[in-house]
Ligand binder design. Structure first.
Ligand SMILES: [Zn+2]
Ligand SMILES: [Zn+2]
Length: 356
């Protein structure tokens, strides 16, 4: 199989144009320090396209792309947040009807991802339920499998816990909420192709508690946590339009995996398949006829689980590479787990290979 080029992309973040505390420049600086290849800003209900482009720092370069997070601000509660990438036009006016919004995004050549699908009320931090509820919609690209803020809302049961995770954010990420994983598997079982991405949902919010001041989940920290790693066939060129096209084609194809990069970089992870007549990368389809060899490569020894249609069918406790041969059609995906800060935590969640 041809060698792919891997890009570390952090996506889903807010600036002062909506409810974030930083500027696009702050994001670029933090992106360089975190070692990102690209960052995708998604302010609420506003497309601020001006800052899009390449930024340079010595020999390093970072591509800043601009999308948008759209929801109906007249709706109570304010559920149904949709991440809109590559539409290149303002579509927030369509927010009241999610299906119409998705259709208009497609017409504009854009991608749509259901943001934080399960995002329940969290009383200790006075946050309301902003889950996705209109599941009858069709034609969206995928969903945000792992979002650190919705994981916080799922896990925090009382105020001391909220304070703990505010001060020690690296203890928070454990895994994508099971509600997200179950919904994703359910959509696959219904025959849909649904691309998973990971979002940081960075706001970098300053809070004051008595004499204490704290910046909650700042950009640079967040950019080292939940990332989406993309695989593209040829290296980036440095030309914005060309590279933007390659990046969004890879997102559309699901040539990506969701990763928690803080315990250790996940660069180098691969999940691919070899069929009788063709090869496949995560996100691709291939026929079962004649047998399929699924192959996983991990950047470090860890626990690797292979799932078929949402069920774990094989676990390798300590491995760096594994293979599984099958003739059974199904939706195959990989989860990688590793210990970090005293607990076994989700490290890598691949997009599936669809064996038909
Ligand atoms: Zn949101
Ligand atoms: Zn957001």
């Amino acid at each position: 199989m041809a060698e792919f080029h891997e890009l570390v992309v952090n996506l889903h973040m807010h600036t002062t144009y909506s409810d974030g505390s930083g500027s696009h420049q702050d994001i670029v600086r933090a992106g360089f320090r975190a070692g990102l290849d690209a960052a995708i800003v998604t302010d609420h209900n506003v497309l601020v396209s001006g800052p899009e482009g390449y930024y340079k720092d010595g020999k390093k370069r970072l591509l800043l792309l601009i999308g948008e997070e759209i929801h109906d601000q007249a709706r109570q509660p304010q559920q149904n947040h949709l991440l809109v990438l590559n539409a290149n036009r303002e579509l927030a006016a369509f927010a009241s009807d999610p299906q119409n919004l998705i259709d208009n995004i497609r017409r504009a050549g854009g991608l749509s991802f259901i943001a934080h699908p399960y995002d329940p009320e969290c009383a200790p931090i006075k946050e309301s339920d902003i889950s996705w509820v209109d599941w009858q919609v069709q034609g969206y690209t995928g969903l945000e499998l792992w979002n650190m803020l919705s994981e916080l809302k799922v896990r925090v049961k009382n105020y001391p816990q909220a304070v703990f995770y505010a001060i020690f954010p690296r203890f928070l990420p454990l895994q994508p909420p099971v509600q997200h994983l179950n919904k994703w598997d359910e959509l696959h079982r219904s025959g849909k192709k649904v691309v998973a991405i990971g979002g940081s949902d960075t706001h970098a919010l300053p809070v004051k508690a008595g004499p204490f001041r704290l910046l909650i989940y700042p950009y640079e920290f967040q950019f080292q946590t939940i990332n989406t790693h993309l695989l593209i066939a040829s290296p980036l060129t440095g030309e914005v339009a060309t590279d933007k096209k390659m990046i969004y084609e890879a997102f559309t194809a699901g040539h990506c995996f969701v990763a928690y990069d803080l315990p250790s970089s996940t660069r180098g992870f691969r999940f691919s398949a070899q069929g009788r007549d063709k090869n496949a990368l995560m996100g691709d389809e291939l026929p079962a006829a004649g047998g399929v060899t699924l192959k996983v490569w991990l950047p470090q020894v860890a626990e690797c689980r292979l799932l078929k249609d949402g069920q774990v069918i094989q676990t390798w406790k300590k491995t760096q590479s594994c293979t599984h041969i099958t003739t059974e059609p199904g939706v195959y995906r990989v989860e990688v787990w590793r210990p970090y800060l005293g607990r076994l935590r989700g490290w890598i969640f691949s997009n599936p290979i669809y064996v038909r």
